[in-house]
Design a protein around this ligand. Structure first.
Ligand SMILES: [Zn+2]
Length: 229
């Protein structure tokens, strides 16, 4: 289901969450001067939410479709959304080639029984700002570990955390292709150094208020898993 989050990001950027459907990751629609999506779910068939997104777009096109990492449950709908609503697809440079070339292995498509299509991707780097219009933007934070090109997106005191950290101390798995425990640990340490209130993760519930506390829990959890896991 789609719902409006009580975002603290800015009065001019409203965030709508479309909760993951089955294996799908969460999809976020950012109703900004330049509307955009963060992640696109698993399904090439986006029919289950395209009507709602069309309504939210009010006749506009999407400007950006930003993918937090290469996995099929986050990128599977990208080409369908682009076909229906336009938008330039972005991903971190370390994950982009797997998407451009539709690498079925490292995107998890083969492992999880799906198929991804090749897609045109504009490459992102650490620190880059993605313009949302109206003076608002998303800053790219490279957080490798779940995949080599995983990113989080920071705006104000809100963060889209992909599969790097989840609510209540959850952390992304690091045992898939291009995953790495030490890199994930360094990435979560980096996130723990940020002052954030709201967190919009790739799976599960969003956190509104006290997100830094959830990230600290993730860090502790990850350190314990590294010691005993
Ligand atoms: Zn993932």
């Amino acid at each position: 289901m789609i719902y409006y989050t009580q975002s603290c990001i800015s009065p001019s950027v409203k965030i709508y969450a479309i909760e993951g459907n089955g294996f799908s990751g969460n999809i976020f629609f950012l109703d900004a001067e330049k509307p955009c999506l963060v992640d696109t779910g698993w399904e090439p068939d986006i029919a289950y939410c395209s009507g709602e997104i069309r309504e939210l777009l009010r006749g506009r096109n999407l400007e950006h479709i930003i993918l937090t990492h290469r996995h099929i449950d986050h990128v599977g709908g990208a080409m369908s959304f682009r076909g229906e609503f336009g938008g330039e697809i972005f991903a971190h440079e370390a994950d982009a080639d797997a998407l451009i070339g539709a690498d079925q292995e490292s995107t998890g498509a083969t492992l999880f029984g799906g198929r991804i299509q090749p897609m045109p991707v504009t490459k992102l780097r650490e620190g880059q700002e993605i313009d949302l219009g109206g003076g608002e933007s998303l800053r790219v934070i490279h957080t490798p570990g779940h995949t080599s090109g995983s990113i989080c997106l920071l705006t104000g005191k809100g963060i889209f955390s992909g599969d790097t950290v989840f609510a209540d101390g959850g952390v992304g798995r690091w045992d898939l292709d291009t995953g790495d425990y030490d890199m994930l640990l360094a990435s979560v340490e980096k996130l723990a150094g940020l002052e954030i209130d709201d967190m919009y993760p790739g799976h599960g519930p969003c956190v509104e208020g006290s997100a830094s506390r959830h990230v600290s829990l993730s860090l502790r959890q990850l350190q314990l898993l590294g010691r005993y896991g």
